[in-house]
Design a protein around this ligand. Structure first.
Ligand SMILES: NC(=O)c1ccc[n+]([C@@H]2O[C@H](COP(=O)([O-])OP(=O)(O)OC[C@H]3O[C@@H](n4cnc5c(N)ncnc54)[C@H](O)[C@@H]3O)[C@@H](O)[C@H]2O)c1
Ligand SMILES: [Zn+2]
Length: 370
């Protein structure tokens, strides 16, 4: 073949950094802060009907007229590509261009949808994340994963698009429904279990005040979660290896979520998944301490489940585990603990293959017989 080859050297991604501001009642200052830092950009807000209905959109805008897209219905049902095209086209109709900054005000679904829309609008404009749920403040607003679901799977469309800034106003959590509030706390337990034993202890002693939504305690919770998640993301921004530890509790968790037909909330399933990971560690002879009791007791104290509902089809669960994104050659892989506060790393790997027999045994043990 007579071909001429020209090599194009693409420089490594620019070094970048973004601030996370955490406080109580800070939302009214966000718009002016964003404008002062990016005076040439025009703001466009994406939120959802429930967040707007709870008054947070009004608090953010303070009566100012700013281009806004309100996702309806709120929640996972709207996390599809149709919502993204509607947002992009609304921005175009408003005459916005590359001089746009998108403000994502809401939970993880709003953050994922708006972040993805910002990433593809005119080849990418900045997004500012303003998370309003326990899931989003602990997890989804930080780390740059954005995307939407396809008809076949969750987050099938997606890119890494790191936020330009994150503003966490813990006061927004006061309007969140109790079940959603508790479910999101599972991600905090996850962070503590994989990386920080002292934080785990703090969660144990503060479980009651966390459930009472004490503002000071919530501020500390947010800052611990952000510090831990940021440290993992900084080390492995595109999940080539260590970032996988954030999937602790998510292997069986995702399968339970899907088998429940999304009746169970994500965080509830992660709680079940962490308890399951502990049972697997026990089966593999990796546990010489009382960590499983402590994890289960903290989860229960936070009002989270630790058993698989008995009516869930276990055969379907096993099937789903074979197709989990961490599975290799149909064999599911699990993030496990070395000890409380430290995930297990073997031969440089953070996700571990577990035999189907062991998984079946654990699933059987975990089915709630009561
Ligand atoms: N990008 C990531 O790294 C990442 C990480 C974890 C989860 N996620 C994604 O996040 C989504 C789940 O996020 P979520 O649990 O925040 O769900 P969500 O955004 O659907 O919020 C849950 C419900 O609470 C409402 N709500 C949000 N904030 C409120 C408030 N302050 N007051 C009253 N109501 C409020 C929402 O409108 C919605 O109805 C999933 O799609 C998941 O895939 C992404
Ligand atoms: Zn999660």
């Amino acid at each position: 073949m007579n071909v001429q080859t020209i090599q194009v050297n693409v420089p490594a991604v620019e070094k970048d950094a973004y601030p996370i501001a955490i406080g109580e009642g800070i939302i009214p200052e966000v718009l002016s802060d964003v404008r002062s830092k990016r005076p040439k950009l025009r703001a466009f807000v994406v939120t959802d009907a429930a967040v707007a209905g709870a008054g947070h959109l009004h608090t953010l805008l303070g009566g100012e007229k700013v281009g806004t897209f309100v996702i309806e219905p709120a929640g996972e049902a709207s996390k599809h590509i149709g919502t993204v095209t509607a947002i992009v086209e609304t921005m175009e109709k408003a005459g916005l261009g590359r001089d746009t900054v998108v403000l994502a005000l809401g939970g993880g679904t709003v953050g994922d949808i708006a972040g993805f829309a910002a990433a593809i609008f005119k080849r990418g404009v900045p997004v500012v994340q303003i998370p309003t749920t326990t899931v989003a403040q602990a997890d989804s607003a930080i780390g740059g994963k954005t995307g939407v679901d396809s008809l076949i799977s969750k987050n099938a469309y997606g890119v890494f698009w790191h936020p330009a800034a994150v503003y966490i106003d813990v006061r927004t959590l006061t309007t969140l429904d109790e079940r959603q509030y508790r479910a999101g706390l599972a991600e905090s337990v996850k962070h503590a279990a994989i990386l920080d034993a002292e934080y785990f202890e703090w969660l144990e002693t503060h479980a009651e005040t966390i459930l009472k939504r004490d503002m000071q305690v919530l501020g500390r919770l947010a800052s611990m979660n952000c510090t831990i998640k940021a440290s993992v993301v900084e080390e492995d921004p595109t999940e080539k290896n260590k970032r996988r530890i954030l999937n602790y509790g998510h292997t069986i968790g995702h399968a339970v979520e899907s088998a429940s037909g999304y009746e169970l909330l994500h965080g509830e399933c992660v709680a079940i998944g962490m308890a399951a990971a502990g049972q697997i560690e026990t089966e593999l002879g990796l546990v010489g301490d009382n960590r499983l009791e402590r994890i289960e007791s903290l989860l229960k104290g936070l009002g989270l489940p630790t058993r698989i509902p008995a009516d869930l089809p276990s055969a379907r669960l096993i099937d789903l585990l074979r197709t989990d994104k961490k599975a290799m050659a149909g064999r599911p892989r699990f993030v496990l603990l070395e000890r409380l506060g430290m995930a297990l790393c073997r031969d440089g790997q953070w996700a571990h293959e577990v035999s189907e027999d062991t998984v079946r045994k654990v699933v059987k043990q975990m089915l709630d017989k009561q």
